[in-house]
Design a protein around this ligand. Structure first.
Ligand SMILES: [Zn+2]
Length: 133
């Protein structure tokens, strides 16, 4: 079963939690490849940067500053794209604590698998965890 865009009925069985996490991880891996290639293409095609590397003549001060701002904007934009899409992917797989609403990212998800509980607020996330029996 694909858990994307389904709500979890917390607390859920460990097997479901791991399948949700696995499906999220798979989409994350695909996204990271697309993201890395896109960032590389965008940055490598940024005119002012490539001109600088090829040792083009010095630009005037204000042009130089605009070019730097453009580059900073691109980098911030790429970082924001990564953060926002990671959040939306975690939400799509409902990997979010029902009590404190923390996203169950890498270390919180690992903690939930290890203990069956949210690492932030201790809410029960896994209803058939061996440590609760
Ligand atoms: Zn929590």
């Amino acid at each position: 079963m694909n858990y994307r865009h389904t709500k979890a009925m917390w607390p859920i069985p460990l097997a479901e939690f791991q399948r949700r996490r696995g499906q999220y991880k798979h989409r994350e891996d695909v996204f990271l490849i697309v993201w890395s290639v896109s960032v590389f293409l965008v940055l490598s095609s940024y005119g002012p940067l490539t001109a600088k590397m090829e040792g083009a003549r010095e630009e005037e001060g204000w042009v130089e500053m605009l070019n730097s701002l453009g580059l900073i904007g691109l980098i911030i934009g790429c970082a924001a794209w990564l953060v926002i899409s990671t959040r939306s992917r975690l939400k799509a797989h409902d990997l979010q604590c029902p009590k404190c609403e923390h996203l169950l990212n890498t270390h919180l998800a690992a903690e939930a698998v290890a203990t069956g509980r949210c690492g932030k607020c201790e809410a029960l996330l896994v209803n058939d965890h061996p440590s609760n029996e």
